[in-house]
Design a protein around this ligand. Structure first.
Ligand code: TXA
Ligand code: MG
Length: 357
């Protein structure tokens, strides 16, 4: 972790040459980079060890159906503070608490409206986070000093197994933001997590490999602290799905609630690769290009992805943007998908990561 790296020795005091210091520092970084373990085979015993490690205050990155999360024991202030250091995330931004079942919801949340119970019963386990009034269990270091808490029951089998095992060892919830540096793209594979964070993780931290995330974009966040629900972040659980369940017309709360609820994913620039992303204009030769498979590749551009459906588009979007960075492509042109399904979430993320200049 950056903050925990020994400070470089002063040349004058040490008597060593600057060159040897640089080499030693490079070795140290490499040693740290290679030391965080990726657990490829998530057997019951590996999950048990990971849960024990979480209970001991270490970080465990784990797969969810949306994106990979960077987990810590949600009751352990020191462990949670490591999440902020590793991510480079401002300290007052709240974290989602992950639990294994709706049965544990009222440990963390109180005054749960009936509509929120209906949402939880219908869409959990799954890609939806509910913001609810908090109980005393949800401390300020989780909620960013707000009186509400974000809760989610993920559906990925590895995530659920980890949460169940963690609870059987006495834990009550795992705080987990997406396992990326603040402002960067969320990871959808264990390798992405390793590339993104291993420099900042400790050898005692772990990365569980559960394959590629099926949904590919972060959970739908629904504010349930008022009379009616509002969608704070679009995701795979769409406004239409919420409307159909509750018989109301759910609104997007992005504008009117952003002052009251601190949600960095709602910042205008977020989820961004290093490449500049353009949603309009004409690509030049050598630019990257992402669009549905039915759309032809413009001449001399580099096709980064050709999803055949909106769901597949969401699944591969962050991979395609990461690919642009690994190929050192400076500009990527993206034709966003249309529709009232997960296309809403894709358009939201693309708008936030696109070039504004
Ligand atoms: O799909 C997901 O939600 C992933 C997986 C790992 O579960 N998690 C995730 O967490 O995307 P994160 O921290 O990267 O994004 C969650 C967003 C942040 O913008 C955070 O500020 C907001 O949810 N959030 C969390 N708790 C909140 C709260 N109590 N009130 C308002 N916003 C909250
Ligand atoms: Mg995030």
């Amino acid at each position: 972790m950056k903050g925990r790296r020994p400070r470089p020795l002063d040349d004058g005091d040490s008597g060593r040459s600057r060159v040897s210091l640089i080499i030693n520092t490079a070795k140290l970084i490499k040693w740290q980079t290679s030391c965080v373990s990726i657990i490829e085979n998530c057997t019951a015993s590996a999950i048990k060890d990971a849960a024990t490690s979480l209970r001991s205050g270490n970080l465990v990155a784990f797969p969810t159906e949306t994106v990979y999360g960077l987990g810590a024991d949600a009751q352990n202030k020191d462990a949670v503070s490591k999440i902020y250091q590793v991510k480079g995330r401002p300290i007052n931004h709240p974290l989602i608490v992950h639990i294994s079942s709706i049965e544990h919801l009222d440990k963390w949340a109180r005054d749960i409206p009936d509509y929120a119970k209906a949402l939880a019963r219908t869409f959990w386990p799954g890609p939806m986070t509910l913001i609810l009034p908090r109980t005393k269990l949800a401390k300020d270091f989780i909620t960013g000093e707000q009186d509400n808490v974000g809760i989610r029951v993920p559906s990925h089998t590895v995530a659920l197994a980890l949460l169940k095992e963690f609870e059987s060892q006495g834990g009550l919830g795992v705080a987990a933001p997406s396992a990326n540096r603040f402002g960067a793209l969320s990871p959808t594979t264990a390798k992405d997590v390793q590339e993104e964070l291993s420099e900042y993780l400790e050898p005692t931290d772990l990365i569980l490999d559960g394959g590629s995330s099926l949904v590919g974009v972060e959970s739908t966040i629904i504010n349930c602290t008022q009379n009616l629900p509002t969608i704070l972040r679009p995701g795979a659980i769409t406004p239409t799905m919420v409307d159909d369940l509750l018989g109301i017309s759910v609104v997007s709360g992005l504008q009117n609630l952003s002052n009251q609820i601190k949600a960095p994913g709602l910042l205008e620039s977020h989820y961004a690769p290093s490449a500049k992303v353009f949603l309009t204009g004409s690509p030049k030769p050598g630019d990257g290009f992402i669009a549905l498979a039915a759309i032809k590749t413009p001449k001399a551009t580099i096709r980064l992805a050709s999803p055949v459906s909106n769901n597949e588009y969401a699944q591969i979007l962050y991979q395609a943007l990461r690919l642009a960075d690994s190929k050192k492509i400076d500009r990527v042109f993206v034709i966003p998908p249309e529709g009232l399904d997960i296309a809403i979430a894709i358009n939201d993320r693309l708008r936030r990561c696109s070039h504004k200049g």
